[in-house]
Design a protein around this ligand. Sequence first.
Ligand SMILES: [Zn+2]
Length: 232
Amino acid sequence: MRFIKWWFPLAAAALLAAAVLVHGRYAAVQTDAAPPPVLLIDPGHGGADGGAVAADGTRESDINLDIALRLQALCRFWGVDAVMTRTGDDIDYPAGADTIAAKKVADQHARLALINGTPGAVLLSIHQNKYPASAPHGIQVFYGPQAGSQDLARLTQAALTEQLCPDNRRVAAPAEGSIYLMKNARCPAVLAECGFLSNPGDLAALQTGGYRLKLAAVLLAGYMQYIRGVDP
Ligand SMILES: [Zn+2]
């Protein structure tokens, strides 16, 4: 009995200490284990939604997709995890989505489900701009309200401006609240307007594969700087 009296409090203290240590380690593991980043590449529009159309008939959805596919290929080359919201121009719409508006809504919901269901997602939507006048040109990156979005946008805008359009005075800006994916993504989210289909110079550049590859490479550079914590 004397042995048990001596032994019991010591064992209880040891167990308690072990429990505290294990709990502490477990808690630390849980909070530190952020999922590895995954670049969520979103080629804007597609399917029934061609997006903006240039005077010569060039469709925004096709240019967005081509840049996105080049970006996906670069990601594979560099071993960067990436997921595409679409890889072609065919989109499977649910039964009952009969109008273009209903198809667009269903498509946006499906893309959001993919984005928000991907641990570690960092969303990059690729779009082209269009304006009633032909003069406006250049690249501009917009960002959602999520933590990290503004940093990613600033890094991406800086890389694009420096590499592709040094005279560009556009700066990263908040996305309009009406842009569904920017508003509802639960991850860092940016939207790159890579050029104006209404500007002859931008359009001519966007119609060359070499320029679309450059865009993809610089978009990837902005993302890499972001996930490596470069100060924007
Ligand atoms: Zn667009």
